[in-house]
Design a protein around this ligand. Structure first.
Ligand code: 13P
Ligand code: SF4
Length: 387
């Protein structure tokens, strides 16, 4: 007999989902493709994910980034920002690392994992538009154009939010990876190894970091991969200390200085904290900046009754507001700022991946090839050594 179930948790933003569907005669299970998991009733997801996790016992570790939905992140064994999760991936026990985050994070985990482990991304479509803004061919062209200008002694740094190929390029050319938590340490390290830094792929994180290290804006130039010499003159390169790749996060770039003024007007005395992926003008107008982990730490350390406007992805902001009801915590932008790719990981994806792993079926494995892995690991290890 078939029954009606309602789907309140569509897996894809914007994807048309019927309000009601006929439940299948057969319970979705191992061997079923992912689509059949869309029919698992919402009210049985928690129990089934818990049961699948229990079946896997010590064989699986689930990592969850702060931007994941509550229904997913509650199953994470470790929750964190990119840096914390990179450490967890390098130290994880268990055969399977299920990464509830985006593709570049799972790739980094695959580079850091031990030989017997496999990294799984529950939805392969969970990418990052910023990471896609630095293509390896474009970066190689940039590097050879820089080399044609003479001995500039440039050290590449790539933000964790980049593909494994870019991390590998960085490692091979004497550079390191950074995250939003340690970008200043890594930049400091880079200046002990060269005169200039090529910062990939986030223009804003690079500028915000360098400026707070005392480098004036006039000594930073932007490399536009679609223009000759990145759109700069040869003299500009000689004067520059930091070359910023023209990439950005579409979620964080939405915040503007007007949002900061408005929230201050509407909530007198409120403190504004912004992620360093926000534009320079926003971080200048804010009271402080912080990675996701830094934002959590700052708000948790503030006294009850404090008011915060937070410039970052909405799932984290809403979770903080729920977890700390004695503080007022609002988004810097009242219209929803969601990372649509982080949002792609649904409880259904997690259940599908776990059910398959429990049956010995490794699905959605992220696997970085050996040559890329070698130098990407060099770049990641340089960062981890700066702990
Ligand atoms: P964090 O390292 O601060 O968590 O940032 C990752 C990210 O993708 C922010 O957009
Ligand atoms: Fe990428 Fe921005 Fe999403 Fe972070 S918030 S994963 S940088 S698109």
């Amino acid at each position: 007999m078939s029954t009606f179930i309602s789907i309140t948790n569509p897996s894809l933003i914007g994807a048309a989902q019927p309000a009601t569907l006929h439940a299948p005669e057969i319970e979705p299970g191992v061997g079923c493709d992912f689509d059949s998991y869309l029919l698992v009733p919402d009210n049985s997801l928690d129990e089934r994910i818990g049961a699948a996790k229990a079946r896997l016992r010590g064989d699986v570790v689930i990592l969850g980034h702060h931007y994941q939905r509550d229904e997913v992140v509650k199953f994470a064994d470790f929750r964190g920002d990119s840096l914390k999760l990179a450490y967890q991936a390098s130290e994880a026990a268990g055969r399977y690392i299920v990464f509830c985050g985006v593709h570049f994070m799972a790739e980094s985990a695959d580079i850091l994992r031990r030989a017997h482990q496999a990294v799984i991304l529950p939805d392969l479509n969970a990418g990052c538009s910023m990471a896609d803004m630095a293509d390896i061919g474009q970066v190689e062209t940039c590097w050879s154009e820089l080399a044609s200008l003479g001995d500039l002694q440039v050290v590449p740094i790539t933000y964790m939010n980049s593909t494994a190929a870019i991390k590998s390029f960085t490692g091979e050319h004497g550079g390191a990876v950074c995250t939003s938590s340690n970008a200043a340490n890594v930049m400091q390290w880079a200046f002990t190894h060269g005169e200039k830094v090529l910062f990939l792929p986030d223009e804003h994180l690079g500028r915000n970091t360098a400026f707070r290290m005392g480098i004036p804006l006039e000594q930073m130039i932007v490399w536009d991969p679609y223009q000759d010499l990145g759109g700069n003159s040869q003299d500009a390169f000689r004067a520059a200390r930091v070359i910023l790749w023209k990439g950005y996060c579409s979620v964080h770039q939405r915040f503007t200085p007007q949002h900061v003024s408005r929230v201050r007007r509407e909530h007198p005395g409120i403190r504004v904290i912004a992620h360093p992926e926000c534009r320079f003008e926003v971080t200048e107008a804010a009271d402080q900046i912080g990675s996701t982990e830094g934002i959590i730490r700052a708000i948790a350390a503030s006294p009850a009754g404090s008011q915060w406007a937070v410039g970052t992805e909405i799932h984290l902001v809403n979770r903080l507001a729920k977890e700390m009801p004695d503080r007022k915590i609002v988004s810097l932008d009242s219209s929803v700022c969601v990372c649509t790719t982080m949002f792609r990981i649904t409880p259904q994806h997690l259940l599908w991946a776990l059910d398959n792993l429990a049956a010995g079926n490794v699905v959605n494995r992220i696997s970085v090839d050996e040559r890329t892995r070698h130098y990407a690991r060099v770049a990641l290890d340089r960062m981890l050594a700066l702990r």
